[in-house]
Write a protein that binds this ligand. Structure first.
Ligand SMILES: Nc1ncnc2c1ncn2[C@@H]1O[C@H](COP(=O)(O)OP(=O)(O)O)[C@@H](O)[C@H]1O
Ligand SMILES: [Mg+2]
Length: 312
């Protein structure tokens, strides 16, 4: 895999606040990195530095091996940044807006026409080209902002909370566009404070909290690391719940037992081996289990277990 974006020991302070604290991670071509963290975690600050719009106190970011500190102009040619909020331009049409930015990017003549048509087509905005921006829905505005970000055909994309405030339908559309861009071999970094928004798109995630990277890896790696540290199991038995509860609390490896929807929710220390042990205990003690269902750990649980809800 070819690394396209490398964040190396990045630190950025604002007065006494360390917004980004020695952050390190990377994104390869064709990969979608979910950059997840609660509000105030340092996502926007990190992304702005990656896009050469701000300078770090320490560390560096390499875009295709080029340092944002050494050559920000070259970096900007390779990289497209979609900020979390952008100017209004409400009295311009889609066509005028794209034309303006295409000129600002220095695109000329046939190249400019070709790229404007391409991004309009890609984001399905063609039929709306004459519409005023003020008349667009939030989802359409986001697609337009993405279209603008693609005008200079960047190979690396940094998208800051693009799904925020979108309805479910617009979110699915955006997700499909992001996947299509990764299929074009672009490296994509996309942030969100809502993990489920990204879990279906990203190939890897970096979890940030209070400026620190808490975890990085593929979605599977991170799920596995959490799964192996505890297993939560829903248990129903024919035996009375109090008896089962008492019996289970005597077992090594049972962390907690609580009432849940006509049964018990049992939290185990350990992995699937511990789950197999629980099944044996229920049978051996004659507690007549009729349902044993391990709770599937999803990314939302992982997020909650990795972060403590700290907001700066
Ligand atoms: N320009 C700035 N001046 C002072 N503090 C800032 C500035 N930008 C961000 N911060 C602080 O840095 C921290 C991280 O902010 P930010 O990167 O915007 O987080 P996120 O995008 O994850 O919500 C917050 O505590 C925020 O208040
Ligand atoms: Mg932000």
């Amino acid at each position: 895999m070819r690394t396209a974006l490398e964040v190396k020991g990045l630190t950025r302070r604002f007065g006494k606040t360390t917004a980004v604290d020695n952050a390190t991670f990377e994104v390869s071509r064709g990969q979608i990195l979910g950059f997840i963290g609660p509000n105030g975690a340092g996502k926007t600050t990190t992304m702005r530095i990656c896009a050469s719009l701000d300078l770090p106190d320490q560390g560096d970011v390499l875009i295709d091996g080029i340092s944002v500190l050494d050559d920000p102009r070259l970096v900007r040619q390779r990289l497209g940044f979609m900020p979390d909020s952008y100017g209004a331009y409400s009295d311009t049409t889609i066509e005028e807006y794209l034309e303006f930015f295409a000129r600002a990017y220095g695109l000329r003549g046939r190249d400019r026409r070709r790229m404007i048509d391409y991004v309009k087509d890609f984001t399905a905005l063609g039929p709306l080209e004459g519409k005023l921006i003020s008349a667009l829905s939030k989802g359409m505005k986001q697609r337009l902002c993405l279209a603008k970000t693609l005008l200079h055909d960047p190979s690396i994309l940094i998208l800051d909370e693009p799904a925020s405030g979108l309805d479910p339908h617009a979110r699915v559309e955006l997700r499909e566009l992001v996947i299509a861009l990764a299929d074009l071999d672009k490296a994509i970094m996309i942030s969100s404070h809502i993990l489920t928004e990204l879990s279906q798109v990203c190939s890897s995630v970096a979890v940030i909290e209070a400026g620190k990277i808490r975890a990085t890896g593929t979605v599977e790696d991170i799920l596995r690391s959490v799964e192996s540290s505890y297993v939560e199991v829903f248990v129903r038995t024919l035996a009375p719940l109090e008896a089962v509860q008492r019996a289970l609390l005597e077992e090594v490896g049972v962390r907690s037992v609580r009432r849940h929807k006509g049964g018990l929710m049992v939290e185990l220390d350990g992995d699937e081996q511990a789950l197999a042990g629980l099944v044996q205990v229920l049978v051996r003690r004659g507690l007549d289990p009729i349902e044993i269902s391990p709770n599937v750990v999803d990314l939302e649980d992982v997020f909650l277990s990795l972060t403590e809800g700290q907001v700066q």
